[in-house]
Design a protein around this ligand. Structure first.
Ligand code: ZN
Length: 497
């Protein structure tokens, strides 16, 4: 990994915050974070000392312990670490009574290709595709013999199964991710009880690394129960709502609000916009925004195709957040400009914004936000080298940004990894870390009273954190921190944790 701890510069960025606060109507909190927290005001120098003197493992522990604002770009289906998928999918007590089978060998049972759910993107048969018991029963004897109950995998098979949903091998990138990972998970996705359980698993894991808020993109359509009966979108909402209000979820202290995402490249994708707005409108306590996801480089994936559908929805529905993936591309395009035209105030990724002069200058007004996903862009090859990522240019030109995890389950990473990569490659200052945390909460789609509480609790936690490490000996408090890292931290960052 390219680790560049440059000499600190004293560039003042926090002055832009009150402007954003005024735009968003957050007068009450604007003054409280127009500058770095009172107790943390001298902390910038201590942070510089830590960056200079800490070992990578110490810096990681520090960043793990550090309070974090919100994770605004977070696909629920891609955000679960493989161990959690396996645990919940093999535990009928936690997944609504379902049993899953996975293809562990290929017997060439017939001439015909299996149905789309059982194939990879190229149409070929693939290993480790998961089906529910109801589907397994309908297969021929030969086909059934290709599958094993998930809970019966040997340890070696279990490791291969987990690896099949992570970008962990040389050469795996966009194709493996877009065409195979999601197809392999297959029926495991279509169980809202299991997915709600995993949401709480993530509340616990993210809460442990100091995150205050996240905004998962969660599907509510096309779910079925174990008998195959459809579960309505409203029932899906009820399932999630009940689960995140149980004591173990509340104890995490993490606030969750959701987005509904439309796959952008289907033949009839624009027709889904009206239904998505309608669902969000009726479930505003939990669902707050809409998104478009999927390959932009698909011939049907471009944003201009959705203009009429969004205009029609905006004639009808007030106050629904619009965050849309745009500029997650290897080539320059007009996608970000076209996406702002749809009504988006937040752009997911924005990697090629740097090549669109006028739109970039427009976004420096502070009204628009870019959700940065460093590890995602690195592993999917949208940047050749993470050190060349445009993120610090956006940040230091005054475009509001924050760090996000995107599909961290498939990178086998966490929020701390994003901060570690940003600090070590781009020499983030303490002011910048605080600024991005505040931005992430201000630009969230949470209700304004929730947002205010989140900003206040984030501020309080930052002050206690600064106090904890301000005693002149930052190493002593760090000893009690037990950071959790996953495959990315161990293999890509080389951390010995
Ligand atoms: Zn995304």
């Amino acid at each position: 990994m390219n680790r560049k701890l440059l000499k600190s510069n004293s560039f003042e960025v926090s002055a832009t915050l009150p402007i954003v606060s005024i735009i968003l109507g957050l007068f009450t909190v604007a003054t409280s974070f127009g500058e770095t927290p009172t107790n943390a005001s001298g902390f910038a120098d201590i942070f510089e000392t830590i960056k200079r003197e800490a070992s990578p493992e110490e810096l990681y522990a520090f960043l793990y312990d550090m309070p974090k604002g919100g994770d605004l770009h977070h696909h629920h289906g891609g955000s679960n670490i493989p161990e959690s998928w396996y645990q919940v999918a093999t535990d009928p007590q936690r997944n609504g009574g379902q049993y899953y089978y996975t293809r562990y060998r290929i017997m060439n049972c017939g001439e015909e290709l299996p149905p789309p759910g059982l194939r990879g993107g190229s149409g070929s048969l693939m290993y480790w595709v998961n089906i529910n018991k109801r589907s397994w029963i309908t297969l021929s004897d030969c086909e059934q013999s290709e599958y094993k109950p998930l809970e019966d995998l040997t340890e070696k098979e279990r490791q291969a199964w987990m690896s099949s949903i992570v970008l962990d091998r040389p050469g795996e990138g966009q194709n493996e991710f877009f065409e195979y990972h999601w197809s392999r998970l297959n029926h495991i996705f279509s169980n809202p009880y299991l997915m709600a359980e995993l949401l709480v698993d993530n509340m616990k894991r993210f809460g442990a690394e100091g995150l205050h808020y996240f905004e998962p993109q969660i599907n509510v359509f096309r779910y079925h129960d174990k008998e195959g009966n459809p579960i309505t979108p409203h029932e899906v909402y009820e399932i999630y709502k009940e689960r995140i209000n149980r004591p173990d979820a509340l104890a995490t202290g993490v606030t969750v609000r959701c987005q509904l995402t439309i796959l952008r490249f289907l033949p009839n994708s624009p027709d889904h916009v009206a239904g998505a707005f309608d669902f969000i409108d009726k479930h505003r306590d939990l669902w707050r925004g809409i998104n478009l996801a999927g390959r932009e480089d698909n011939e049907k994936g471009h944003p201009r195709r959705f203009t009429e559908a969004f205009d029609n929805a905006l004639r009808q529905y007030p106050g629904i957040g619009i965050s849309i993936h745009a500029g997650e591309e290897n080539e320059p395009s007009e996608h970000i400009a076209d996406t702002l035209r749809l009504g988006a105030t937040r752009i997911g990724h924005g990697v090629n914004l740097i090549e669109d002069r006028d739109t970039m200058n427009l976004m420096r007004t502070g009204k628009f936000f870019v959700e940065i996903n460093l590890i995602s862009n690195e592993l999917l090859g949208y940047v050749d080298d993470i050190a060349e990522h445009p993120f610090p240019v956006y940040l230091r030109q005054g475009i509001p940004v924050c760090l996000n995890t995107d599909d961290r389950g498939m990178w086998d990473s966490n929020m701390t990894d994003e901060f570690f990569v940003a600090v070590t490659n781009f020499n983030l200052s303490w002011e910048e870390i605080v600024l991005m945390g505040n931005y992430s909460l201000e630009f969230s789609f949470a209700q304004s009273d929730v947002k205010k509480q989140l900003l206040e609790s984030f501020q309080r936690d930052l002050e206690s954190f600064a106090k904890k490490y301000s005693g002149g000996d930052w190493r002593t408090p760090l000893k009690s921190v037990k950071p959790v890292t996953y495959g990315y931290g161990k293999n890509h960052l080389g951390l010995k944790l």
